[in-house]
Design a protein around this ligand. Structure first.
Ligand code: NAD
Length: 499
C-alpha cells in the first residue's frame, strides 16, 4: 500500500512519527493509501524552516510573487484531469464536480495575481505642514491553514493564494481524509517557481493542529471545517495571541414562495441538496415552502426528479449525479440521522438507507433521501447532516419561513425563490446569514467577493478570499513623516507653510 508524505522544504518527506491514518477510496470502501500523522516536533521543524524562508519571499516584489501564481494557474489547467481524478478517488465526488473544486480554487489564485494592486497602501500628502502620512500593508510572517475534506483543492487555495501573494510563508494542514491533492498543489507551486520552504504541507490530526495553535512563530490561522472544531481552534488560537478566522458548519434553508417558478425551484433543490452527496457547506438541506399548496406542488415536482438521480462511482462516467460519502463513519452517521428523523415523526418520502450498487457493495453510498413535515425541534432539522438528505419544513407565511432561517444557529448560506421583487429585497435585507441567493440556490461568491458565514458558521473577523483575504493576511503600518527641510536650522521645529 502507498504511504503518502509531507511536503517540506520542497521535498516529499516521509512521516517520522510512526503514526498513520488510512485514506479510503469511498466508492470501493477500500483503503488506498496511508497518510502520515505529524508529531509536534515535525510540525515545529516545518514551521521553523518556513520562518527562515519567509523574509526573502516577503522582500520579493509583489509582481514577481504574482508571476509565480500566474504560472501556477497554467499548471493547474495543464494538470486539471489528474488533479480531478486524484480528488475523486479520495473524496468520492464526480470528476466534473472535482474539476469544479479545482476551478474555483484556481479562480482565487487568478484574483491573487492582482496582489500588487491590492497591496497598495494609502498616502496623504501634506497631512500637516511639511508632513506626509502613509500606510502600507506588510505580511504577517508564517501563517497557517487548516482545511476540511470536502473541497481538497479549493479551500487550501482560498488560504494559500492570498497568504503567499501577500508575502507570507504558509503551513497547510489539510484533511487527513483527502490529502493527495494538497500535496499535488504544493508540488505544482514549486514547479511554478515558489522558493522551497515558503509553503509547507504537514499532514496530521489533532496533534499537528495543536502544534500549529501553540507555536509562537505562527501569526495567523485560517480554519474551515465543522463548528465544534472551529470553536476550539478559534478559542485556543486567540488565547495564544494569534489572528484567527474559523468557518464552520451549516444548515442552509431555501424558501420557496407560492409565486416561484416551481420547476426551477425543484431543479435548484435537487442540485443544491444532493450534489456532491450533500457534502457541501453551501448545500441546501432544508426546503421551506410557504403555504400547504406550495409544499404539495413542490414535493410533487421534486419526487420524480430525485428518483431519477444516478448515484455511482466517479469512474462510471458523466451520467453519475453524485458519489459516495467520504467514510464508513460518515455513512453510519447519515443513516443514523435518517433513523432518528423517522423515529421523531418526520414523513420519509424517499428512503436512501438501503441503497446498494452492484460491484460496489462495500462503497459508502447513501441513496437520495427526502423528508416532509419536518419540525424545528427534530434533530434532523437542528443538526448538519452532511449527506444526501433534504428536509422539508412547511411554513404558513413568509414571516414564519424567514423566522426559521433566522432562528437557526447556523448562518452560512440561504436562498429564496420568488418572482416578487419586494419579498426578495426584504429577505436579502433582513436575513442574518452571510450569503444569500435570490433564485440562486448555492450563492457562493466569486473570487473577487468575499465568502463567509454568520452566527455559528463563522468565528473571527473578515471573510475568506476577495479583498478581505488581503486584509487578513497583512497588517497595516502607518508612517508619519516630516522632512528636515520642513524645519528651521538650529533644531527648532518650524513649518515652512506656517511662516
Ligand atoms: P472537521 O472539523 O472534521 O475537520 C476539519 C479540519 O480540522 C481537518 O484538517 C481535521 O484534521 C481537523 N480536526 C478534526 N478534528 C480535530 C480536533 N479534534 N482537533 C484539532 N483539529 C481537528 O471537518 P470536515 O469533516 O473535514 O469538513 C466538513 C465540515 O466542514 C462541515 O461541517 C462543513 O459544513 C464544514 N465546511 C465549512 C465551510 C465554510 O466555509 N463555512 C466550507 C467547507 C466545509
Amino acid at each position: 500500500m502507498k504511504d503518502l508524505t509531507h511536503f517540506v522544504n520542497g521535498q516529499h518527506v516521509a512521516g517520522g512519527s510512526g503514526r498513520f491514518a488510512d485514506v479510503y477510496n469511498p466508492a470501493l470502501g477500500e483503503v488506498q493509501s496511508r497518510v502520515p500523522l505529524a508529531s509536534k516536533a515535525e510540525v515545529d521543524a516545518a514551521i521553523a524552516a518556513a520562518a527562515e524562508a519567509q523574509p526573502k519571499w516577503a522582500a520579493t516584489n509583489p509582481q514577481r510573487r504574482a508571476r509565480v501564481l500566474m504560472e501556477f494557474v497554467r499548471l493547474l489547467n495543464r494538470d486539471m484531469q489528474n488533479l480531478a481524478e486524484a480528488l475523486s478517488a479520495e473524496h468520492g465526488k464526480t470528476v466534473p464536480d472535482a474539476k469544479g473544486d479545482v476551478q474555483r480554487g484556481l479562480e482565487v489564485i487568478e484574483f491573487c495575481i492582482g496582489a500588487p494592486h491590492l497591496l497598495k497602501g494609502e498616502f496623504s500628502d501634506s497631512a500637516g505642514p511639511g508632513i506626509d502620512m502613509y500606510s502600507m500593508r506588510q505580511p504577517l510572517g508564517v501563517v497557517a491553514g487548516i482545511t476540511p475534506f470536502n473541497f481538497p483543492a479549493m479551500i487550501p487555495m482560498w488560504k494559500l493564494g492570498p497568504a503567499l501573494a501577500c508575502g507570507n510563508a504558509f503551513i497547510l494542514k489539510p484533511s487527513e481524509r483527502a490529502p493527495t491533492v494538497p500535496l499535488m498543489l504544493a508540488a505544482l507551486l514549486q514547479e511554478a517557481g515558489l522558493p522551497d520552504g515558503v509553503l509547507q504541507v504537514v499532514n496530521g490530526d489533532k496533534e499537528a493542529v495543536d502544534a500549529i495553535l501553540d507555536n509562537p512563530e505562527i501569526q495567523a490561522i485560517g480554519f474551515v471545517g465543522s463548528t465544534p472544531i472551529a470553536q476550539y481552534i478559534y478559542g485556543r488560537g486567540c488565547s495564544n495571541g494569534k489572528r484567527v478566522q474559523c468557518f464552520g458548519g451549516a444548515k442552509n434553508h431555501m424558501i420557496v414562495m407560492p409565486d416561484a417558478d416551481m420547476d426551477q425551484a425543484a431543479d435548484a433543490l435537487v442540485g443544491a441538496g444532493y450534489g456532491a452527496a450533500g457534502e457541501r457547506c453551501m448545500a441546501i438541506s432544508v426546503a421551506v415552502p410557504v403555504g400547504e399548496e406550495t409544499a404539495d406542488r413542490l414535493i410533487e415536482k421534486l419526487l420524480p426528479r430525485i428518483e431519477k438521480l444516478k448515484v455511482g462511482p466517479y469512474t462510471a462516467g458523466p451520467d453519475v449525479d453524485y458519489g459516495p460519502v467520504v467514510t464508513a463513519e460518515a455513512k453510519a452517521r447519515v443513516l443514523g440521522l435518517i433513523d432518528k428523523g423517522v423515529a421523531e415523526g418526520a414523513e420519509l418520502v424517499l428512503d436512501g438507507r438501503n441503497f446498494s450498487l452492484q460491484g460496489y457493495e462495500k462503497g459508502f453510498f447513501v441513496g437520495p433521501t427526502l423528508f416532509d413535515r419536518v419540525t424545528t425541534d427534530m434533530e434532523i432539522y437542528r443538526t448538519e447532516i452532511f449527506g444526501p438528505v433534504l428536509s422539508t419544513v412547511r411554513a404558513k407565511t413568509y414571516e414564519e419561513a424567514l423566522g426559521y432561517a433566522m432562528d437557526h444557529e447556523y448562518g452560512n448560506g440561504t436562498a429564496i425563490f420568488t418572482r416578487d421583487g419586494d419579498t426578495a429585497r426584504d429577505f436579502a435585507s433582513r436575513i442574518n446569514i452571510g450569503m444569500v441567493g435570490i433564485n440562486v440556490p448555492i450563492p457562493v461568491p466569486l473570487a473577487y467577493h468575499t465568502f463567509g458565514g454568520w452566527k455559528k458558521s463563522g468565528f473571527g473577523d473578515l471573510n475568506q478570499h476577495g479583498p478581505d483575504a488581503f486584509r487578513f493576511y497583512t497588517r497595516t503600518k502607518t508612517v508619519t513623516s516630516r522632512w528636515p527641510s520642513g524645519m528651521k536650522e538650529g533644531g527648532e521645529f518650524h513649518f515652512k507653510q506656517m511662516d
